[in-house]
Every structure is written in structure tokens, then in C-alpha cells.
Design a protein around this ligand. Structure first.
Ligand code: SF4
Ligand code: SF4
Length: 112
């Protein structure tokens, strides 16, 4: 399958041209990596935002659940070979995801 090239050693990245701001990826992320942001320049009024890439555990749930093939996760082997590693799922990351979910999947102030 076509996989958009990693724009620079990122664990997860988005093709914003394809994103329909449906927030499904945010809802399935266990680690509070993703959130929706209000975006006045978008006809959708919102856009996906990768808020905490350092917390990405590489589970692929966002990529597998995106109906528009707009979000991509680095290949584990390639990511490791490039000297990077995915995070472990922490209590802090889980708590952040709960706060984001409670905020209708939008970015929250103060969520660490
Ligand atoms: S699931 Fe896909 S289309 Fe929906 S917000 Fe996430 S990246 Fe965008
Ligand atoms: S790969 Fe998993 S942890 Fe990383 S952004 Fe996607 S759903 Fe979240």
C-alpha cells in the first residue's frame, strides 16, 4: 500500500490534505498523542494535531482506523534503525488520553 514518506523521523505524521477531521484516530489512541484543534482556515473548522509525539507507542491504531488513509505510523524496524524508539505506555499518557476524550477529543489546556 502507498505510504506517504516520513517527513523527518517522526513516529506519527498526517497528510492534512486527506484528513477530514473526523477525530476517529484521536478516539482510538491510547496514549494521548493526538487531539483535534480548531482551525479557522480549514473548511472543516478543525484539524488533527500531533500534540505529544514523544508518547507514541507505535500501536498503529490511528493508522488502522483512519477511514481516509491520512495518518501514518513509522515502521518499527525502520524507526529503530534510524536511532529512535517508541515510548512505553505510561499512566501519565493514559490519563492525558482520558482528559482529551472528556473534552470531545479537542486539545486541552493543562493536559501534560
Ligand atoms: S482518523 Fe484520519 S481523517 Fe479522521 S481525524 Fe484522524 S487523520 Fe483525520
Ligand atoms: S500509533 Fe498508537 S500511540 Fe501512536 S499516535 Fe497512533 S494510536 Fe496513538
Amino acid at each position: 500500500m502507498f505510504k506517504m514518506e516520513n517527513p523527518g523521523d517522526q513516529p506519527v505524521w498526517v497528510n492534512t490534505d486527506n484528513c477530514k477531521a473526523c477525530d476517529i484516530c484521536v478516539s482510538v489512541c491510547p496514549a494521548g498523542v493526538l487531539a483535534m484543534k480548531y482551525e479557522t482556515s480549514s473548511t472543516l473548522g478543525a484539524m488533527i494535531s500531533i500534540e505529544h509525539p514523544e508518547s507514541c507507542i507505535g500501536c498503529n491504531d490511528c493508522e488502522l482506523n483512519c477511514p481516509d488513509f491520512a495518518i501514518y505510523v513509522a515502521d518499527k524496524k525502520e524507526f529503530k534503525a534510524a536511532g529512535h524508539s517508541f515510548a512505553k505506555l505510561t499512566d501519565e499518557a493514559k490519563a492525558r488520553q482520558e482528559v482529551i476524550a472528556a473534552n470531545n477529543y479537542y486539545v486541552t489546556e493543562g493536559a501534560k
